[in-house]
Write a protein that binds this ligand. Structure first.
Ligand code: PMP
Length: 367
């Protein structure tokens, strides 16, 4: 019999694959729009495509177990030692490795209400306790984090920007928090959406690790870099923390194609720039378009927006369903405790326009 802490875990709920919905709902696959998983609407960049095709020719071999080449490139990029980099099968893997290395039964992790769903999963998977801090204006209340951290806290998860709310903490707020947080607690700063920050929002937390050796900065190749299907992410931490994570890591946790594609994606500055601009533009179009329908939209620093579609407790589910039947797939966030809201990823201009055109029809289900 599995231990009760395992049986009590509520599994991660990913959206249904678009192909499955197309079949189930009898939709036209040509016109279905998926704005549900914060993916890059451009798909793969050209450089990544070439690297993937090349790496695919050598799949009879194991991948480089230590990801030497990708780590070297990342260490140059961030100006840190290669020993400070940990590679993950998606940044989810990084979050889990941090939990595995630092949490056990009797200890706890601290994170915000409305924060990313993997924090409780990673915590509970170690038999540790999840301590949830009430949100402040849908974002992280870092003062309340400090009050919640206790002698059993070993890990704190901070998402910046946060998913699903899109809320953002400034460099000043983060540094003030790091100054006051206990130095024997690992602070996981999850920056999966970092590349979407505006110039005046940007900061480089990897440079803070010398001052705060308890800081781990997590990044993803799934969002701006467009490699969601390959599963690759990484962290920058002190080499001591990286060494501990390496001990609990599965050998060969990142596959050969992912290693090669991530390296190529890092070199594709033009693709990243195009992605950034497309997102900035699309996020503004979605925000203004939804506001024009009289809906509340949270200001977002990510590649998605969170919109309140109604006041009824099932408003999110109803509008989600209506949109889906009209061929537009978004993400309901009732499992985050936000049953009146929907999370909508920024798509291509035509996809954003389609969402805005279908939304008034979908909202009619609430009448
Ligand atoms: N952190 C946050 C805040 C996220 O939203 C996501 C993706 N939904 C991840 C981490 C994990 O992304 P991946 O494992 O694809 O890198």
């Amino acid at each position: 019999k599995a231990p009760s802490f395992v049986r009590e875990i509520a599994p991660y709920r990913a959206g249904k694959p678009a192909a499955e919905l197309v079949r189930e709902l009898g939709l036209n696959p040509e016109t279905v729009v998926k704005l549900a998983s914060n993916e890059n609407p451009l798909g793969l960049g050209e450089k990544a495509k070439v690297a993937i095709a090349q790496a695919a020719l050598d799949l009879g071999r194991y991948p480089d177990a230590n990801g030497f080449s990708l780590k070297r490139k990342l260490s140059e990029r961030h100006g840190v030692a290669a020993e400070q980099i940990t590679l993950g099968n998606g940044s989810n893997d990084i979050l889990e490795l941090a939990a595995k290395a630092f949490l056990k039964a009797g200890s706890n992790s601290v994170f915000s209400q409305y924060a990313f769903a993997v924090y409780p999963l990673a915590t509970q998977g170690c038999g540790a306790q999840a301590k949830v801090v009430p949100a402040l204006n849908y974002g992280h209340d870092l003062d309340a984090f400090l009050a919640t951290i206790d002698e059993n806290t070993r890990v704190v998860f901070v998402a910046n920007p946060n998913n699903p709310t899109g809320t953002f903490l400034t460099e000043k707020q983060l540094l003030a928090f790091l100054e006051k947080a206990p130095s024997d607690v690992l602070i996981v700063l999850d920056e999966a959406y970092n590349e979407f920050l505006e110039t005046d929002q940007q900061y480089d937390a990897t440079q803070w690790i010398t001052r705060f050796p308890n800081l781990l900065v997590s990044r993803s190749f799934s969002k701006a870099y467009g490699l969601a299907g390959l599963r690759v992410g990484y962290s920058v931490s002190s080499s001591e923390v990286a060494d501990l994570m390496n001990r609990v890591r599965q050998p060969f946790n990142v596959n050969s194609i992912a290693l090669a594609a991530a390296e190529a994606a890092l070199d594709d500055a033009a693709f990243l720039k195009k992605t950034f601009e497309l997102n900035r533009e699309g996020r503004a179009v979605l925000t203004q378009g939804l506001q024009a329908l009289g809906l509340e939209v949270l200001p977002s620093a990510g590649n998605f927006v969170l919109v309140k579609v109604g006041t009824a407790d099932n408003a999110g589910a109803l509008v989600f369903d209506a949109l889906q039947r009209r061929g537009v797939i978004v993400r309901p966030v009732g499992n985050y405790g936000l049953p009146q809201w929907l999370r909508i990823s920024v798509g291509l201009p035509a996809e954003n326009a389609r969402l805005l055109a279908e939304m008034p029809h979908a909202l009619a289900v609430l009448d």
